[in-house]
Design a protein around this ligand. Structure first.
Ligand code: UDP
Ligand code: MG
Length: 313
């Protein structure tokens, strides 16, 4: 019997846990020809999320729980889940029920038709601020214009992926995995599944602007070397400008024979080139910082506790 694994990250979701478990289980039970497991990842919430998950896991052995020692972020939570799945198809779904679990059977059908990745594409997004919609749009626009792979827009993390794809992803040596980009990058047969994004079941978004910006930055630096190439362009441009300044200086020197006028052009040149260098160093440092982080080889997350994993060491 084929098995479906669900990966559900949770951060301060005590209001959502029980309803989420119920809705997901209802859907999965209806998929009679499939076995299933649900892996909940508690991303360091300090509310009742873990207690509630523990209660559920005590009663239902199909429920597995991974609990982080602190908040490592949504991407890390999903990654941890992927590292422990045992199913043939894996569905990544938000805990807040914004992605309707009822679409899972349809996604499974598309998977059975031979698609290795079925990515949820939002037709509409209910209950989200104009600001969020605008920033999300800008994010995908910038990312796609900068990066080398095509990342479908209006697509979040909600998707079904074949186990093979998950194995490829797990085998990538890079530490700072930008999953949304990597799903496209890996290739394989992919198809969108259109759905209506619902309002949050309860609680509020755990993705403030700061986290969104970090995600955007991860995507751009992780999937593009264009900022690095930008240094080259900037260098050329600065040579061009310095050439103009040189001509100006020579002409004004010859015309007026007044040496003091040179002071202005020197100042312009000095400040301009200092600026160029600073910008360049800034961009370089961004990459060097990442090389540094990779070379440290720190774990991406630390698991404090695992529930219902006994039989698989
Ligand atoms: N989440 C997480 N760690 C975080 C932030 C969010 O595990 O640091 C989870 C959260 O519990 C939810 C999912 O990631 O299941 C998506 O978060 P949210 O619904 O707050 O984001 P939004 O839908 O507003 O983009
Ligand atoms: Mg949400």
């Amino acid at each position: 019997m084929k098995k479906i694994s669900l990966v559900v990250p949770m951060y301060y979701e005590e209001k959502v846990v029980n309803e989420c478990y119920k809705r997901l289980t209802d859907v999965l039970k209806k998929l009679e020809n499939y076995d299933y497991e649900i892996i909940f990842i508690n991303d360091g919430s300090k509310d009742k999320t873990l207690d509630l998950l523990q209660e559920i896991a005590n009663k239902d052995k199909k429920i597995k729980v991974i609990s982080f020692s602190r908040n490592f972020g949504h991407q890390c939570a999903v990654e941890a889940g992927l590292n422990y799945v045992s199913g043939d198809a894996i569905v990544i779904i938000d805990a807040d029920l914004q992605d309707p679990p009822e679409s899972i059977p349809e996604m499974v059908k598309l998977w059975e038709e031979g698609n290795k990745v079925v990515y949820g594409k939002r037709k509409t997004r209910k209950g989200e601020s104009a600001f969020k919609l605008f920033t999300a749009k800008m994010f995908y626009k910038t990312l796609n214009s900068l990066s080398d792979v095509d990342i479908p827009k209006d697509t979040g993390d909600f998707r079904l992926v074949d186990r093979d794809v998950v194995e490829v992803l797990k085998s990538l040596p890079e530490h700072n995995k930008f999953l949304r980009g990597l799903w496209s990058w890996v290739g394989f047969k992919q198809t969108p599944y259109e759905y209506e994004r619902e309002e949050r079941f309860a609680g509020e978004t755990k993705y403030p602007l700061k986290k969104m910006l970090k995600l955007a930055f991860d995507g751009i630096i992780g999937f593009s070397t264009k900022p690095l190439k930008f240094i080259g362009t900037l260098g050329l441009f600065s040579i061009f400008v310095s050439f103009l300044i040189m001509i100006y200086t020579i002409v004004s020197f010859v015309a007026s024979r007044n040496l003091v006028t040179g002071w202005a052009s020197i100042m312009v040149a000095v400040t301009f080139f200092a600026g160029v260098q600073l910008v360049s160093i800034y961009i370089l440092s961004e990459y060097i910082g990442r090389i540094y982080a990779e070379s440290q080889n720190r774990p991406r997350y630390i698991i404090e506790k695992k529930i219902n994993f006994e039989e698989e060491n």
